[in-house]
Design a protein around this ligand. Structure first.
Ligand code: NAD
Length: 470
């Protein structure tokens, strides 16, 4: 028996979980189920992360977590349960298949069958933000080589194991040359190890437009966290209904499976909700646990139910559907069809997944300190500020305002209150020399709100260069 944790959640959560558990039980999947409580009640008991300490032991002892949606109480002071669990279990890959089921579910894209694989731990979701000026905030986008390799390799392995033909990468590396640039570079490198899978890269803005207009052009798409968050919702919505999509969060210390929709409180307690999103999440969980025959059996029975016209209210359509059913009855209909395969929709066939090859530890790049960027609050014009800063112990090479150069060339029409002064030495320097620059500026009476070290990696600048900088 495989130990699995589950939580009934809030709103429609308990009903769709009951329906899903009934199907899992009927499939005879060898699962040992352990219930934990998460969500609104736990938040209101005073646990700001929505989960009690004792539940962590269960989560960590289990091989997977099947989670129904929860309601996040309104107001401040509550942390996202998903973000907490993702970080604690190292859930680096968010996998969301977005599939159209024509003619049984209305869609403008009848041949759509896209899987979005989103990096789940890094990027702006690390939530590292700073108020570096009286009226300005900066957020750090974190992209690491290990994070990129893990998610990109996962995407290619997913493609192989699920008989997909192409992996597409979305980034914005025309602007974010270092962070998104790293994601793109590693994508190209990892792709070489999978010659049977086609690969391509799109700039995320035009890629997103193409995805919304012609999703048939894509197969598997891998992307950094923020783009993936936004575009996986777009993809699920245009495939048909939010009530149909499941998702997997795969990690180092565990895996979590949940429907993509929320707790839909207005539909709660009425036996109305479509349990399909959670049922398909449970199918992904069974596959992850290696229980492929039960996964295949449930998924095919679900497809047969759909094509037999047994539909919940959200996808019910006169002339297409045969019977409008509630949550419980939908599950009973799936159970009745266990062992059947669809005749109109494409049947699924799952085979045991091979484990993803562990990564060789990446070579640590040599780095040397080249200078620093100081964030300075000043009402002075850039050329006045530059005059004093030029006498600092390390040469002043540029001053920026909101990312654009304002000295030696001024390319910024509207100035904010925060300048970023760049000091770079031709030869490597020490921390003491950086501190000397900081001391010098403080002595001038300038208000310093932040400092970033400027490093060179393998002799190349690991910071953005402004035009003319070397
Ligand atoms: P929602 O997804 O809960 O509901 C939006 C609408 O979609 C519903 O009113 C309903 O008409 C429809 N819908 C959603 N799921 C359905 C289903 N299974 N069957 C039929 N119709 C369905 O989004 P929301 O109203 O913005 O959020 C409600 C609560 O859920 C909020 O507290 C939010 O924070 C939370 N939420 C939780 C999760 C999660 O636990 N993973 C995800 C998203 C939102």
């Amino acid at each position: 028996m495989i130990p699995v944790a589950y939580a009934r959640g809030d709103g429609i959560g308990p009903e769709i979980m009951e329906a899903t558990l009934a199907i899992l039980k009927a499939s005879k999947a060898p699962l040992e189920l352990h219930e934990i409580e998460v969500g609104e009640k736990v938040y209101l008991k005073g646990f700001s992360a929505g989960i009690e300490n004792k539940s962590w032991d269960t989560l960590l002892a289990c091989k997977a977590f099947l989670k129904a949606p929860i309601t996040t109480p309104q107001g401040g002071g509550f942390r996202s349960l998903n973000v907490t669990i993702r970080t604690a279990l190292g859930l680096y890959a968010n996998v969301r298949p977005c599939v159209a089921y024509p003619p049984f579910v209305d869609t403008l894209h009848p041949t759509m069958n896209v899987v979005i694989i989103r990096e789940n731990e890094e990027d702006l979701y690390t939530g590292i933000e700073y108020g570096l000026g009286p009226n300005s905030y900066y957020a750090l986008k974190v992209i690491t080589q290990e994070g990129c390799e893990r998610i990109i390799r996962y995407a290619f392995e997913y493609a192989i194991q699920n008989e997909r033909k192409k992996v597409t990468c979305f980034t914005k590396d025309n602007i974010l040359k270092l962070s998104d640039g790293l994601f793109h570079k590693i994508f190209d490198e990892v792709a070489k190890e999978y010659p049977t899978i086609q690969h391509e890269h799109w700039i995320v803005d035009i890629g997103a437009a193409k995805l919304a207009d012609t999703p048939e052009a894509f197969d598997v798409i891998v992307m950094p966290n923020l783009y993936g968050d936004i575009l996986s919702d777009v993809a699920a919505q245009i495939a048909g209904s939010v009530g149909l999509a499941g998702s997997a969060n795969i990690g180092i210390n565990g895996a979590m499976f949940e429907a993509i929709h929320g707790s839909a409180p207005r539909r709660a307690g009425q036996n109305l909700a479509n349990p399909s999103g959670l049922i398909l999440s449970a199918v992904m969980m069974l596959n992850h646990l290696g229980l492929t025959s039960q996964a295949e059996q449930i998924h095919n029975a679900w497809l047969v139910t759909l094509e037999d016209g047994i539909h919940t209210y959200d996808i019910f359509k006169e002339g297409v559907s045969r019977e409008k059913v509630g949550t419980k009855e939908f599950a009973q209909n799936v159970i009745k069809r266990l062992g059947k395969v669809p005749s109109k929709l494409k049947a699924v066939h799952y085979k045991s997944a091979s484990k993803i090859t562990p990564l060789a530890p990446s070579k640590k790049a040599s780095q040397e300190l080249a200078g620093c960027d100081l964030f300075i609050i000043s009402d002075n014009q850039p050329e006045v500020l530059a005059e004093t800063l030029q006498k600092a112990p390390i040469p002043l090479t540029a001053i920026f305002n909101r990312g654009a150069s304002v000295w030696p060339e001024n390319k910024q029409a509207a100035l904010s209150d925060t300048y970023r002064a760049r000091f770079i030495n031709k030869t490597p320097i020490s921390w003491e020399e950086v501190q000397a620059v900081q001391k010098y500026c403080t002595k001038l009476g300038l208000q310093i709100t932040g400092l970033f070290a400027l490093w060179k990696k393998e002799g190349k600048p690991a910071y953005n260069l402004s035009p003319g900088e070397q």
